[in-house]
Design a protein around this ligand. Structure first.
Ligand code: IVH
Length: 683
């Protein structure tokens, strides 16, 4: 293919795919099947990899992410991102209306009422009809450039298909995680015994700041746009702007309404106080805005917020109920979680029977007594929490709830590490829920995926002394399993279930265990159940260190170079690999034939041009990912070191490199090398 045809074809495919996306998300039209769409996308991706110079800023191939950012660039907002004054009462809304009318006497005033979406504010700039930059609110004056992450959100157009669009404009809106996506994520976390996310807002905010945009793409974030900003005044009113934004392909919630009197505002608030629970995301109030842009301008703003808008917040839903008892759960990692058992009560559409008390500090803070009437709230927190006690209804001499001192399952004295709120049972090796929890984690769908071991079978194997650690699964045999049996009480339904190992069950099970050996390294690494090493972290580590031994031997500085890996994870890895039993189990798993290495292409030698030279790689590069450039150095005979020292020959410096490293290199006289200079050395 000639360069010219490639350029033409890339342009054609980019436009076509962006247009199909616009039709699909904004007009519910599917002109072609998903399969055909994916074929076109693949064709574009192949061309882009052959002709990277023609890849466009609005290429739909960026929807799946792929870029890694160690730091986000700070960007100053062209127009500051203000906040809104909050009100909680009708009187305060009346005051607002009076202030507006006083500033604009003898003018008819119309308002727009909108939902106050509970997500993360974003500002997105378009130039020549193409998404050019997305920035978080930050402190209102400056925020973080999260463009690559925002481009993965399918409902946000990368390219605008409309006439008369200003050359440059900005939209603002809220990025959110829908309630259904949030529940899906937490269900997966619960299945794997991981800590749950507190609420969709924090999850959305954490996701937006992830360094790997590929991970962001998997979270399915969503967005609503609610503001338009431009140097030219092209719209007379806020509602006309919202209508055009919708037509241009932006996601605009259709929950707004024009209100011409204070009564209409009150009835909007009233109307949505329950209807908002049917929306796909959590909303916690109503934003009331003066509709006319000229009037908005005249009203202006105070230092922090505009005088033309105000937010009414719904009171958070709460209800009182009886605290019957507190029980203590032991997790896979030995963490003890106190749980309040409550008299069942209705709250925000669900029955609440239990609420997590998190840790001893929380019980202390609430000063809980047995049989207290406790206040249960839902607010932005989807998981109900206890926020207070009705002291007037407390019986005199009510028994204070003290934290347990010993593990409820194995009797071991509990410990509390310095700086941590959680109590732990340290009897990792023999505490039954910890052992079973680790085994259940190991067989989980996202780990070794041995689902024929679910539903009580692990329990039977454990109680018969056959399996205590994951590697024991790989020495099971037909003879050991056949005939095992146990009745298990299903707590939810109150019925008894019989688990029995007959011929077919045993054969299926052994087959599934054998098949699990084919799982890639990242699954095995995740299956080990190292604290803080979830599926995502395991994937990163497996990608960076191509085998378990390299990971075990890696020093702290090397580990910290892996995207999204911080000190907490590093400490946990070090702790795990410092234990002889864990190392032994890894050896046993290796011997059983599990993949404790990646199937990644081995590095093939290209030359010896860098022989005897050492490098530290830091920052983000233009032509290569960090892994690729590291592989290139090794393929040409160079050595990679983990930290800057006087022995180091070159610091290969990409964009956004940490200033500390740079300073140290300069001080020690280590040469800085750019990507280009390295490539010259290899010519
Ligand atoms: S308009 C001057 N409209 O609330 C601020 N904001 O407290 C103009 N928010 O940072 C913002 N839903 O993140 C506006 N329909 C809506 C909103 C909304 C949620 C958030 C936004 C803003 C914060 C202000």
């Amino acid at each position: 293919m000639t360069t010219e045809t490639a350029l033409q074809k890339i342009n054609q495919l980019t436009d076509r795919l962006n247009f199909l996306n616009f039709q699909y998300y904004n007009q519910s039209i599917s002109e072609i099947s998903d399969f055909d769409f994916d074929q076109l996308l693949k064709e574009l991706e192949i061309l882009e990899s052959q002709f990277p110079q023609f890849k466009r800023d609005d290429s739909p191939s960026q929807r799946v992410g792929g870029s890694i950012a160690k730091n986000f660039e700070t960007v100053i907002h062209r127009f500051p991102m203000l906040s809104l004054g909050n009100t909680y009462s009708e009187d305060e809304i009346k005051d607002f209306d009076e202030r507006v009318k006083k500033a604009l006497p003898n003018e008819p005033i119309a308002y727009t009422c909108e939902q106050k979406f509970d997500g993360v504010a974003i500002s997105i700039t378009y130039k020549n009809g193409i998404l050019s930059r997305a920035v978080t609110r930050g402190d209102g004056q400056k925020g973080d450039d999260v463009t690559a992450n925002v481009k993965t959100i399918k409902k946000i157009p990368l390219q605008i298909f409309a006439e008369n669009v200003p050359k440059e404009f900005e939209v603002r809106g809220e990025i959110y995680l829908s309630l259904s996506e949030f529940e899906k994520l937490n269900k997966e976390k619960a299945e794997m015994g991981e800590a749950l996310m507190a609420n969709p807002r924090n999850t959305a905010s954490g996701t937006l700041k992830m360094q790997d945009s590929g991970m962001v793409a998997k979270r399915n974030l969503d967005c609503y746009v609610y503001s338009f900003l431009c140097e030219e005044n092209i719209f007379p009113t806020h509602i006309s702007a919202l209508e055009s934004l919708k037509n241009w392909g932006f996601p605009v919630s259709q929950t707004y309404q024009k209100c011409e009197s204070i009564e209409e505002i009150f009835s909007y608030i009233q109307n949505w106080s329950s209807k908002r629970h049917d929306l796909p995301l959590f909303t916690d109030g109503v934003v009331i805005k003066v509709n006319d842009f000229k009037q908005q301008n005249e009203l202006g703003m105070t230092a922090k917020s505009p005088r033309w808008a105000i937010a009414y917040k719904y009171p958070s839903e709460k209800v009182f109920t009886l605290l019957k008892s507190v029980s203590y759960q032991v997790g896979r990692t030995g963490a003890i979680t106190p749980v309040a058992n409550l008299e069942p009560v209705q709250l925000g559409g669900t029955t609440v029977k239990r609420a997590s008390l998190h840790n001893a500090n929380e019980i202390e803070r609430l000063d809980l007594r047995l049989n207290d009437y406790v206040k249960v709230e839902k607010g932005g927190e989807i998981i109900p929490k206890i926020s207070g006690v009705d002291l007037e209804r407390r019986a005199s001499g009510a028994e204070k709830i003290g934290f347990i001192s010993h593990c409820p399952e194995c009797g071991t004295l509990l410990v509390r590490k310095e700086g941590e709120a959680q109590h732990y049972c340290s009897n990792e090796k023999d505490c039954p829920p910890q052992i079973k929890g680790r085994l259940e984690h190991f067989i989980h769908r996202k780990a070794m995926n041995i689902d024929s071991l679910g539903e009580g079978k692990i329990e039977v194997l454990f109680e018969n002394g056959l399996v205590k650690k994951p590697s024991d699964l790989y020495i099971l045999s037909y003879e050991k399993l056949i005939g095992l049996e146990k009745s298990i009480l299903d707590i939810e339904s109150g019925t008894e279930k019989k688990v029995s190992f007959r011929e077919k069950t045993v054969n299926n099970l052994l087959e599934a265990i054998e098949k699990s050996k084919e799982n890639p390294f990242k699954n095995v690494l995740f299956a080990l159940g190292i604290r803080f090493v979830g599926a995502t972290v395991a994937e990163k580590l497996a990608h960076y260190f191509t085998n378990i031994d390299a990971l075990i031997q890696a020093d702290e500085a090397t580990l910290l170079q892996v995207p999204d890996i911080g000190e907490r994870i590093v400490n946990s890895l070090k702790e795990y690999f410092s234990q002889a039993e864990n190392l032994q189990m890894i050896e046993d798993l290796k011997a059983a034939g599990l993949k404790l290495y990646s199937d990644n292409e081995p590095i093939i030698s290209e030359s010896q041009k860098l022989e005897g030279l050492s490098f530290v790689v830091s920052g983000v590069f233009e032509k290569f990912s960090r892994e690729e450039i590291t592989a290139k150095i090794i393929a040409n005979g160079g050595r990679i070191l983990s930290g800057v020292s006087a022995k180091l020959n070159y610091l290969l410096a990409g964009q956004n490199m940490g200033p500390a490293k740079m300073e140290k290199a300069e001080k020690l006289g280590v040469k800085l090398l750019s990507e280009e200079e390295l490539l010259k050395m290899l010519e």
